[in-house]
Write a protein that binds this ligand. Structure first.
Ligand code: DER
Length: 217
């Protein structure tokens, strides 16, 4: 379908930024999977770190050398998808549940590029659910604390992240300042990750019915 064709187009355009010798951060999700396949096909002498076990496995299957991120402090270029990305390069991520590792790798990256089909492009983020990764010990306490910030807080049924933690999907944020909300989320003991990417994104490749546009922050 044309959405997947657009995802692939955006992914392949971003993959052309990869150079031999780079340490590349590999995102998670269906769009990032296209980037992983394109990077593998290019056969460049690179190394990679992955933001999920699934992306690590896919990368290895296409011949990319994957390192354990635990031994890495800096990444040259990360390519990753998003659920929403707006005019100010703010993104909501985490539909695939990888947002904690994705945010760490994005923060460690000299350049972080989002790839997406046009359906992810919004004027202002906020329609997409905001996934929050929670320490199991704190699940009930955190759900209660988040109920004061969001209209709807629901546990992602039967799901644990690669880190072994549950996820609360939140909607209807009672706030008009996303930076303030991110600060309040980070201040709740037991919240160990969330899908608000307000500062990490440097550029975006957006594909719309066969045409890719590169946007720079
Ligand atoms: O979970 C994530 O943050 C992924 O990047 C995801 O949200 C995008 O997935 P998609 O490329 O399959 O839409």
């Amino acid at each position: 379908d044309c959405t997947d064709a657009d995802k692939r187009l955006a992914a392949e355009a971003a993959a052309r930024e990869v150079r031999a010798g780079m340490l590349v951060g590999l995102g998670t999700g269906s769009t990032a999977a296209h980037a992983i396949r394109a990077i593998g096909a290019a056969g460049l002498a690179i190394e990679a770190v992955a933001t999920s076990e699934a992306s690590a496995a896919l990368a290895r299957s296409v011949g990319i050398r994957v390192r354990d991120f635990a031994g890495v402090a800096r990444v040259d270029l990360t390519i990753d998808g998003a659920d929403e990305i707006d005019d100010r390069f703010r993104a909501i991520k985490g539909a695939g549940g990888a947002m904690l590792r994705e945010k760490v790798v994005a923060a460690a990256s000299d350049r972080m590029v989002v790839i997406a089909d046009a359906s992810k492009r919004v004027a202002t983020i906020g329609a997409a659910k905001l996934p929050v990764e929670v320490l199991p010990f704190a699940l009930c306490y955190v759900a209660d604390a988040l109920a004061a910030m969001f209209g709807v807080v629901e546990a992602r049924a039967g799901y644990l992240t690669d880190n072994g933690n549950p996820v609360l999907d939140c909607r209807g944020a009672r706030v008009d300042n996303w930076r303030d909300l991110a600060r309040r989320l980070d201040a709740v003991p037991g919240v160990i990750g969330h899908g608000l990417f307000l500062l990490e994104v440097d550029a975006a490749y957006i594909a719309d019915h066969g045409t890719v546009t590169r946007l720079e922050r």
